[in-house]
Ligand binder design. Structure first.
Ligand SMILES: [Fe+2]
Length: 545
């Protein structure tokens, strides 16, 4: 049974291929098209998946689309009609977009992939979220909770999974949405919705959650986590451009101006912002207010999510067994690998000194020497990662023991806001030595850099470049079986320095998708101040020696 999964026309279009329930390939379109968050029909990602599986479209048993476009369209129409005339603009915009592409997705799939319409299935949006989490997990049974902005109608669902069956038996519907509540604050704090939410989360530890009482005015929550927004404070249900209403502003004051530099007394004023402004004190105080607001929405969101998760666990249920599951997602390296001829071509035409190492041990030894010397390394190997995180196959690496490394990586390469932490990759078997995490092998989210934990008090001075201002770290545990080469690199760095951790940030420049091919990796390397580039077993050096 071969199934191709597709998502598009919303954000981050992607394709994935399953063969008898085992994942063969998965990739986002942006890695091929080089358009960040590309949401168009994922032609290149589909082609990559079929090529990797050695299949033509006609060999597929089914193509599954990640949501039900007609149901979603119905929700948009009903919402727009319910808020006429305020929704006039959103209605016109939606009609244009939907009439042009979104309603024709079935014929687009039929024409591009070459399957007949009876082989094309449309899955509910939250069913897709739940299936991708549960069916790839190592758990035989689990309580399931999904939360996002909005799918068709659902914005959160609750249910359970057992074996190969999955049931979602309750839901919260649009416009009541925890995701859209968070997005309203994302917009208010001057960031782009669907992009800047993690920046709000990064800002939160710089603030004190002193406005929680005000945030609770926006939402009614039952003890079990069921919630309803107070819609007077929002406008996302009738506006195409605004998520919150004038009443929201009268509660929280003036919104933060988009693209203004964020800094507080705690974060400091980074050198790459230029000279300190004369009204520094005034701006720092103003930013402190916004950081307090970020801390407040973060605290409320966490409280609601915890209530929902507790109640999902409490309502556990038993299911009827279907076909056995055969797949656990142990790693994220489902994308395209590096073509050896292209690696050689890039090294030969680089005009820089390069070496092709004889084996992994040699490339690892040389890379560790560079890291110890304070060099910043572009590190690309094997298949690129599925999803937005770089997990050691398309990463920029540096020494986490040097406090100044955060500034160096920001100033030379990433130009990120100073309040966004860099993440540590640690070998799984030694994670508990540095981080407050018991039995790391049981924490699957940490393998995918989805878990934030406290850094142990005595370890904070050992890894200052990857410890956030509140003493936390969003760590990645590296399992030898899942990525032997990256694991060996960190282990060897640990043998040399006593710290089995590297600073790991995604291999891209600001505003660009993470690199895919050797040529893209080299171009990013050449346009930044990285010191060396590792492409599988080839190392390319800038002139620093
Ligand atoms: Fe979603």
């Amino acid at each position: 049974m071969r199934i191709l999964g597709i998502s598009c026309y919303f954000h981050d279009a992607a394709a994935a291929l399953l063969d008898d329930g085992v994942l063969i390939a998965a990739a986002e379109e942006e890695r091929f098209s080089r358009i960040k968050h590309d949401f168009g029909f994922p032609e290149r990602a589909i082609r990559f998946c079929l090529d990797k599986g050695g299949l033509a479209g006609a060999d597929l048993d089914y193509v599954a689309f990640f949501e039900k476009p007609f149901v979603k369209f119905e929700r948009i129409l009903q919402t727009a009609l319910g808020t006429v005339p305020r929704s006039h603009a959103v209605f016109r915009k939606a009609m244009t977009a939907w009439m042009l592409d979104k309603l024709w997705v079935k014929s687009r799939i039929r024409d591009f992939v070459g399957v007949t319409p009876d082989h094309i299935l449309f899955v509910e949006h939250h069913q897709s979220h739940a299936a991708s989490a549960f069916f790839c997990s190592p758990f035989e049974d689990a309580a399931i909770l999904t939360v996002d902005g909005v799918g068709e109608w659902a914005t959160a669902t609750m249910g359970s999974g057992r074996g190969s069956s999955l049931t979602l038996d309750s839901e919260i519907r649009f416009p009541h949405s925890l995701g859209l509540l968070y997005s309203a604050f994302t917009a208010f704090l001057g960031f782009e919705v669907n992009e800047g939410e993690y920046k709000v989360m990064g800002m939160a530890p710089y603030g004190v959650p002193r406005y929680q009482d005000k945030v609770w005015k926006l939402i009614d929550v039952a003890p079990d986590g069921a919630f309803a927004l107070n819609l007077d404070y929002f406008s996302f249900h009738y506006s195409a451009t605004r998520t919150y209403s004038p009443r929201f502003e009268s509660l929280f004051g003036r919104p933060r101006k988009p693209e203004t530099p964020f800094f507080t007394d705690t974060s400091g004023y980074p050198s790459y912002f230029g000279d300190k402004p004369s009204n520094y004190r005034e701006l720092a105080a103003e930013n402190q207010h916004y950081a307090d607001l970020a801390a407040s929405i973060q605290a409320v969101t966490e409280e609601i999510l915890l209530r929902m998760a507790r109640s999902a666990c409490a309502r556990f249920q038993h299911q009827v067994l279907g076909a056995p599951r055969r797949f656990i997602m142990e790693h994220a390296y489902w994308g395209a690998g590096l073509d050896p001829d292209e690696v050689r071509g890039v090294a030969d035409t680089s005009g820089l000194r390069s070496v092709e190492c004889d084996d992994d041990a040699q490339v690892i030894e040389r890379t560790v020497t560079l890291l110890e010397a304070g060099k910043v390394i572009g590190w690309a190997q094997g298949g690129f990662e599925w999803g937005p995180r770089a997990l050691g196959n398309r990463s920029i690496l540096a020494d986490p023991r040097r406090a100044e490394m955060k500034d160096i990586v920001n100033t030379k390469i990433k130009f990120r806001e100073p309040y966004r932490p860099f993440a540590p990759s640690v070998i799984e078997e030694r994670a508990a030595e540095l981080f407050d995490i018991s039995e790391p092998a049981r924490h699957y989210p940490a393998r995918f850099m989805l878990l934030v934990v406290p850094v142990l008090e005595q370890s904070k001075p050992r890894i200052p470049a990857v410890t956030h201002v509140d003493g936390s770290a969003r760590l990645q545990t590296v399992v030898e079986r899942a990525n032997p080469r990256y694991h060996a690199l960190i282990r060897t760095f640990g043998d040399a320095t006593g710290v089995p951790v590297v600073l790991n940030t995604s291999f891209n420049l600001r505003g660009e998708p993470i690199v895919n091919t050797p040529a893209q990796a080299f171009s990013t390397f050449a346009r930044s101040e990285m010191d060396a580039l590792v492409l599988d077993r080839t190392i390319i050096y800038k002139d620093f020696e």
